[in-house]
Design a protein around this ligand. Structure first.
Ligand code: EPU
Length: 421
């Protein structure tokens, strides 16, 4: 079994170049299924979720390949089936967005209930309700949704919660619908804006992405485009927290500061110096870590994905911090792993109460989910002695080359096993 071994205690120094966003890439890849022709995507991370989607595309008859210049080419001209391979679909969440895309190419398509990180119930009812409003008939049998529609029609949709996935899915589905679709109470994450930019580059007519109201005027068809994925704000945030916990000083390059404001603001409150640079930001900590309270919220609030590594930082704060998770009902499984390293964390319902201590000690721990994996890596960098991390399948879904990046920043970290994406 693959493991990451960290001998903690070394402050991170140097610079790290942030790669493309996972959550943006997987949404754009699903959207590329709408388009007969060759889509070219730059800045795509080489992570497991991208390879899983590529395997699904291959099954559907779409060809995907990384070019020599690193760009990902997706040729979805000749889709041969709209039945997705369910065991692959279940390995990730964003695969569900293929349903709306495929139903623009076929009258019928089927996609299994998606998988992804185990951080709560994660139903797909907003997706289903929205697709139905767009005119689709759906039924669920044996864990598989099958949809039927000859062409989506525009609709007024109000989401119960600003779900990132449902917003992306409905934008994809409505791009080639007849008439106008309005999505109210939609998500406003940078990845939503970027998906809209991609679809617009392909000929879609979309306004309002980045606000709580998106308006989509359906077009008859989209054309292929060449597009660059935005930098991964969650990867950038993870490295920023890693620098902070180790008392390091690093440059985070190719990051969009605007996408990270809530995280940067909490880092500053915790006593970390953050300064902007032309292509990112510098993170430095010399003083002690101060306790802070965090409440996760949909964008532009504090991202739920970042509460996990941030908790590791707060384990070493000079006082008591509270993290309240409002987006997912059970995104605290990783805290039992941090407890193995000496963290004092009590979880009550949706709040984690963290009593900071002077030290963490290395221990065998596991990645409970993707960002839970980031939490134990970050903790291991600051812990005394050796931290041995397994369950790396989660980490590999979202962090490209994390071990190499950390080694380049001066961390004592190695990976054992025969990792292959
Ligand atoms: N929800 C429903 N019904 C739905 C859809 C969502 O009840 O039909 C609930 C979810 O259960 C959750 C909340 O709404 O409680 C928000 O879920 P959302 O749909 O926004 O999340 P997602 O699209 O499934 C994406 C990211 C997650 C990130 C969330 C929140 C991808 C592939 N995943 O998930 O990323 O945590 O948005 O920002 O884009 C990660 O990167 O580690 C990760 C889990």
């Amino acid at each position: 079994m693959d493991k990451i071994i960290i001998r903690g205690g070394l402050p991170l120094h140097g610079a790290v170049q942030i790669g493309g966003s996972k959550n943006d890439t997987v949404a754009i890849m699903a959207a590329a299924l709408l388009i007969p022709g060759k889509t070219v995507l730059h800045n795509v991370p080489r992570i497991k979720d991208v390879y899983t989607l590529s395997k699904i595309f291959c099954h559907l008859g779409a060809a995907t390949s990384f070019r020599e210049d690193g760009a990902l080419e997706i040729d979805a001209t000749n889709l041969t089936t709209s039945e997705t391979p369910h065991e692959l679909v279940r390995q990730m969440r964003a695969s569900f967005n293929m349903l709306g895309a495929l139903l623009n190419r076929f009258d019928t398509a089927s996609v299994a209930m998606p998988g992804g990180c185990d951080i709560g119930a994660r139903p797909v009812n907003f997706h289903i309700r929205g697709l139905e409003q767009l005119g689709c008939k759906l039924n669920l049998e044996h864990g598989i949704y099958t949809g039927h529609v000859s062409r989506f029609h525009g609709a007024d949709i109000t989401l119960e919660f600003p779900s990132a996935g449902a917003t992306q899915h409905l934008m994809i589905a409505a791009s080639c619908a007849t008439g106008t679709t309005v999505i109210e109470n939609c998500a406003a994450e940078p990845e939503i804006i970027d998906l809209a930019m991609f679809l617009i580059a392909c000929g879609a007519r979309i306004e309002g992405a980045g606000t709580s109201r998106i308006v989509i005027d359906g077009v008859d068809e989209l054309h292929p485009a060449e597009f660059t994925v935005i930098p991964d704000r969650l990867q950038a945030g993870t490295f920023a927290i890693a620098a902070a916990i180790t008392g390091g000083d690093i440059l985070i390059k190719n990051a969009v500061v605007d996408h990270l404001r809530p995280v940067i603001s909490k880092l500053e409150e915790a006593g970390v110096d953050v300064s902007h640079t032309p292509d990112g930001f510098r993170v430095r900590r010399t003083g002690k870590i101060l306790p802070v309270d965090i409440r996760t919220m949909p964008h532009p609030g504090f991202p739920t994905d970042m509460q996990q590594p941030f908790a590791s930082l707060l384990c070493l704060a000079d006082g008591v911090s509270m993290i309240t998770e409002t987006v997912y009902e059970s995104r605290f499984r990783y805290t039992t792993e941090l407890a193995r390293m000496g963290a004092d964390i009590r979880v009550e319902d949706r709040t984690a109460i963290i009593r900071g201590s002077e030290r963490l000690t290395g221990a065998p721990v596991t990645c409970t989910d993707l960002r839970g994996g980031a939490a134990v890596v970050v903790a291991g960098l600051a812990a005394e002695g050796e931290t041995e991390i397994d369950g790396l399948g989660h980490l590999d879904r979202g962090y490209e080359g994390i071990v190499t990046h950390l080694q380049n920043l001066g961390a004592d970290v190695t990976r054992t096993g025969t990792y292959q994406v």
